[in-house]
Design a protein. Structure first.
Lengths: 401, 377
C-alpha cells in the first residue's frame, strides 16, 4: 500500500490552483453548479472550457489523437477535486460530454464516431456540448421501461417519444439518447439502444422545466418523427442497456472528484466562518456542538477522498468499478447534504437570504448547496437505486424490486 | 498510489485467518470468557512460534523486522476472529513503546522475551474516574534513598492479572497537577508492593485494578526520559489507538459478513429476508461504513509506517471505528432478530466488546477535538 500522490499529480494540483486564481473571479465561485441556467454564466463557463482545452485539461484522460493527453484516472481525479475546490467551471461539456459520452464512445462506439465527436468535446467547442436523454415521464428509476422508440427505416431511425429532466438540453448540440428499438418480446432490458441525436434535427422540441428556485437547468424534450442516421447507433442494437450500465458507472464516478472538491470548499468555508464570527459573546467555533459536527463531517470527507482515490486506482488498473461508483455517489451526496444543513445552522438566519443580499455569507455557498443537494442526489440514480446496485453487485443479495 | 496488499501481507492475512479459525473457534472464545487467565497459553506459544509477538521487533532481538502495515493486517484478522488474550496489551502497549523509546539495555533485556512468547506485558495508566485525562495522573514515584517509590492506584488495566511486566505512568515531583513531572516506568509485577484485583466487565474481557504500595524502582526502570512521560504517552497511545482501530475494523468485517450471509439464508414471507430493501439497504450502509473505516485505518497505517505525522488521521480513524463498530454490531443483531440476542450466537460476542474498544485510549470527544483543530477550528 502507498497512499501518496506522485509529483505529476501534485504539480497538476498547483497548476489548477494557479489557473483558478488567474481566471476565475471570486464572485463566480458559488455559481458553477447551475452554469447552464444563465446566458452570461454559460458563456463564461464555455470560455473556461476552451482555456482548459488549450492546456489539455478538458479531456485529459483521452488518447492524444482525440484531443486528450492520456492522463491517468488518478490525475483526472486529483484535477477534478482541485478544480471543484477552486470553483473552476466548464469541465463537463454539458454535464455529460467529458463525463460519460466520451468514455462510452471509447468503450463501444466505432472509430468514425470517435473521430467525429471526441475532438469536438475535447476542444471545448460549443459543438461539443451534450445532453443525456434517459428519464421519461413514466420511467425514472425503472429505466428499462422507457417508451421513446426508434424504428429502423432504410439508413435511418425514426424517433418518437418524450424525455424529461434533461439537463442542458437547451444548450446542447447533441443528445446521448436511450431508445427502444425492440418493443415486443424478451426482457425489457434487451430492447434498448443508444443513439447520437443532433439537437438541431427537425421534430425536436425543447421546453424548459424550471427547478424550485426558478433556475433553468433541465428540460422536457419531445421527439416527433425525428430522422436519425443509422450510423449514429452507438455499439450494438438492442444491447444499449448493458452498455449503459457501464456508462452509468462512469456517470456516477465522474461526479465524485467534483463532489469532494465542493464539499471541501464548504467545510473550509464553514470552519473559517465559525472561527471568525462571534455569536452570543464568543466565537462560534468555541461551541463544541459546532466543533464536533464539523469534525465528524471532516472525517466523512476524508473517507470520500479515499473512496475517490480507490476508484481512480482501480480504473487505472483496467477494472470497471461498478458498485464503487454507486457507493461513492451515495457517500458524496449524503456528505454534501449534511454540509449544507450544518452550514444553515452555522450561518443561522443569514442562510436564508438571496446570495447577492448584504446579509449573505460565504458568497452564497451554503444557499447554493442547500438548493442543489436534493437534485444532485437524484440525478444519475437515486440513493435507493445506488443501494440496490451495491446490494446486488457487491453483497450478492437477491434482486429486491 | 496503490491500494493493494503486499505479497507478504496477503500471505500473512491468509495464514492468520486459517490459524485463528482453527486455534480459537467461538466455542473457545466463550470458554475463555470464564477462564481466570483470559487467554490460552498454548495459543500464545504457537503465536510466538509464528513470530507474531515479535513481528515488528528488530531481528537482533529475535523479532521479524516486518513493516508496520503487516501488524495492521494481523490486528485486523485478530479482531475479525476475536482472539481473547494479551496480544494487544503486550505488543501495542509495551513491545512497541520499548522498541520506540527504551534504552538499548532495556531493549536487550526485554524484547527477546516478548518475541519468544515468554513474557506478557501490559500498560496501566488510567486512574479513577477513568476519564482519560492523563494530565491529571496522581500516582507518584518520589525519589528516596536513590530509588523511586511508586505509590498509587491504576484502573482498567487489561491482562494485569497475568502480566509479568507493565508500563505505568507516575509523577516524580510533588506539586501542582498538571505539571511536567510525568514519567513512564517499567514495573516487574513480582516486585513487593504490586497488587492486582479483578474488575468484572460486561464485555467478555476482564480488566484489573492495580495498586502500587511503595514499589521500589530505579533509574534503569524509566522508559525514555524522566519528566517527559506525557509526550511519550501521547505517542504510545496514538500508535496503540491505530492498532485498536485495525482490530475493530476486522470485527466490523465479520459482523457485515455474518449479516449478509444470514440475510441470504433466512426466509420469511416466502423469500430470503435479503430481498427486502429495508434489510438490503441496511446491509449496504453497513458495508459502506466498514469499507470507509478500512480505508482510514490503512491510510493512517501507511503514514505511520512511512514515518509521517498521522495523529489527525488516527483521530479520524478512531472516531469512525467507534461509530461503525457500535452500529455494525447493533445492525447485525437487528438483521438476525431474536437469535442474534442469544447466548449461542456470535453477534453478542462482538456487541459486548464494542465498549472495550470504544473508550480506549480516549473517547470520541477527545478525537473529535483533534480533528476540529486540524480543520482550523
Amino acid at each position: 500500500m502507498d497512499f501518496s500522490l506522485g509529483k505529476q499529480e501534485e504539480a497538476l494540483r498547483s497548476e489548477a490552483r494557479e489557473f483558478a486564481e488567474r481566471e476565475i473571479p471570486q464572485s463566480f465561485i458559488a455559481n458553477f453548479l447551475d452554469e447552464e441556467s444563465h446566458d452570461e454564466d454559460w458563456a463564461f463557463s464555455l470560455s473556461i472550457s476552451r482555456k482548459l482545452a488549450e492546456r489539455g485539461w478538458l479531456a485529459m484522460g483521452w488518447p492524444q489523437q482525440y484531443g486528450g493527453r492520456d492522463a491517468s484516472h488518478l490525475e483526472q481525479m486529483v484535477f477534478a477535486m482541485e478544480a471543484a475546490y477552486r470553483g473552476i467551471p466548464g469541465l463537463s461539456m454539458g454535464v455529460s460530454g467529458t463525463g460519460w459520452v466520451g468514455p462510452s464512445l471509447m468503450m463501444y462506439g466505432n472509430e468514425d464516431q470517435r473521430r467525429k465527436y471526441l475532438p469536438l468535446i475535447a476542444s471545448g467547442s460549443p459543438d461539443g456540448v451534450w445532453c443525456t436523454g434517459y428519464s421519461e415521464p413514466n420511467s425514472g428509476s425503472d429505466f428499462a421501461s422507457i417508451r421513446t422508440s426508434a424504428v429502423r427505416q432504410g439508413d435511418e431511425y425514426i424517433v418518437n417519444g418524450q424525455k424529461v429532466w434533461t439537463s442542458c438540453a437547451h444548450r446542447a448540440r447533441w443528445c446521448w439518447l436511450a431508445v427502444k428499438t425492440t418493443l415486443n418480446g424478451g426482457k425489457p432490458q434487451d430492447g434498448i439502444s443508444l443513439l447520437i441525436v443532433d439537437m438541431r434535427s427537425r421534430g425536436i422540441t425543447v421546453n424548459p422545466l424550471l427547478n424550485y428556485s426558478g433556475e433553468h437547468i433541465f428540460n422536457e424534450v419531445f421527439f416527433d418523427n425525428v430522422h436519425v442516421p443509422a450510423v449514429n447507433l452507438v455499439g450494438e442494437e438492442n444491447r444499449g442497456w448493458y452498455q449503459l450500465m457501464k456508462s452509468l458507472a462512469y456517470e456516477r464516478h465522474s461526479f465524485c472528484g467534483q463532489s469532494y472538491g465542493s464539499a471541501k470548499r464548504i467545510l473550509d468555508g464553514l470552519a473559517g466562518f465559525a472561527s471568525q464570527t462571534r455569536r452570543n459573546g464568543k466565537p462560534i467555533a468555541a461551541d463544541s456542538a459546532v466543533r464536533h459536527r464539523l469534525a465528524a463531517l471532516a472525517i466523512e470527507l476524508e473517507t470520500l477522498k479515499m473512496f475517490a482515490y480507490e476508484i481512480a486506482c482501480k480504473l487505472d488498473e483496467g477494472a470497471m468499478p461498478v458498485y464503487e461508483a454507486s457507493r461513492n455517489k451515495s457517500v458524496a451526496d449524503h456528505l454534501l447534504e449534511e454540509l449544507a444543513l450544518a452550514g444553515t445552522e452555522i450561518l443561522g438566519a443569514c442562510s436564508q437570504v438571496e446570495r447577492h443580499s448584504r446579509l449573505s455569507r460565504l458568497n452564497g455557498l451554503i444557499q447554493r448547496q442547500y438548493l442543489m443537494s436534493p437534485g444532485t442526489a437524484i440525478a444519475a440514480g437515486t440513493d435507493e437505486i445506488e443501494k440496490n446496485i451495491i446490494g446486488k453487485f457487491k453483497l450478492g443479495l437477491p434482486k429486491s424490486y | 498510489m496503490n491500494f493493494k496488499y503486499s505479497e507478504q501481507q496477503d500471505m500473512l492475512r491468509t495464514m492468520a485467518r486459517e490459524f485463528l479459525v482453527g486455534e480459537c473457534p467461538k466455542s473457545r472464545t466463550r470458554e475463555l470468557e470464564k477462564d481466570a487467565r483470559g487467554y490460552d497459553p498454548g495459543t500464545w506459544k504457537r503465536m510466538a512460534e509464528l513470530g507474531w509477538q515479535g513481528l515488528l521487533l528488530p531481528t537482533e532481538y529475535d523479532g521479524s523486522g516486518a513493516e508496520f502495515m503487516d501488524l495492521v493486517v494481523l490486528m485486523e484478522e485478530m479482531g475479525r476472529n476475536i482472539l481473547p488474550g494479551p496480544f494487544f496489551a503486550t505488543v501495542a502497549l509495551a513491545a512497541l513503546p520499548i522498541m520506540d523509546f527504551a534504552s538499548r539495555e532495556q531493549q536487550a533485556s526485554y524484547l527477546p522475551g516478548i518475541a519468544g512468547g515468554q513474557t506478557i506485558w501490559t500498560l496501566a495508566v488510567d486512574e479513577d474516574p477513568a476519564d482519560c485525562d492523563y494530565s491529571r495522573i496522581r500516582t507518584s514515584a518520589l525519589q528516596q534513598d536513590g530509588a523511586y517509590l511508586l505509590k498509587g492506584e491504576k484502573t482498567l488495566a487489561p491482562y494485569a492479572g497475568v502480566a509479568d511486566y507493565m508500563l505505568t505512568a507516575a509523577r516524580i515531583r510533588r506539586g501542582r497537577i498538571p505539571d511536567k513531572g510525568l514519567t513512564l516506568f517499567i514495573v516487574d509485577m513480582k516486585k513487593p508492593g504490586v497488587e492486582v484485583e479483578t474488575i468484572l466487565t460486561i464485555t467478555g474481557e476482564t480488566l484489573y485494578q492495580v495498586s502500587f504500595k511503595n514499589v521500589k524502582l530505579h533509574n534503569g526502570d524509566i522508559l525514555g526520559t524522566a519528566g517527559e512521560g506525557e509526550d511519550l504517552l501521547a505517542r504510545i497511545l496514538d500508535k496503540a489507538a491505530l492498532l485498536k482501530c485495525a482490530e475493530v475494523c476486522g470485527a466490523c468485517q465479520a459482523l457485515l459478513e455474518m449479516s449478509v450471509a444470514y440475510a441470504g439464508e433466512r426466509r420469511q414471507f416466502g423469500k430470503p429476508i435479503g430481498t427486502f430493501q429495508v434489510i438490503q439497504h441496511r446491509l449496504v450502509d453497513m458495508m459502506i461504513q466498514v469499507e470507509g473505516l478500512q480505508h482510514l485505518v490503512y491510510q493512517a497505517g501507511w503514514m505511520m509506517g512511512a514515518g509521517m505525522d498521522c495523529s489527525e488521521q488516527i483521530a479520524m480513524a478512531k472516531v469512525k471505528a467507534n461509530e461503525v463498530y457500535q452500529h455494525a454490531a447493533l445492525d447485525c443483531i437487528r438483521v438476525h432478530g431474536a437469535i442474534g440476542f442469544s447466548l449461542d450466537h456470535d453477534a453478542g460476542l462482538y456487541y459486548r466488546r464494542v465498549l472495550a474498544s470504544r473508550f480506549f485510549p480516549y473517547d470520541s470527544g477527545h478525537y473529535l477535538e483533534k480533528v476540529a483543530a486540524g480543520i482550523g477550528l
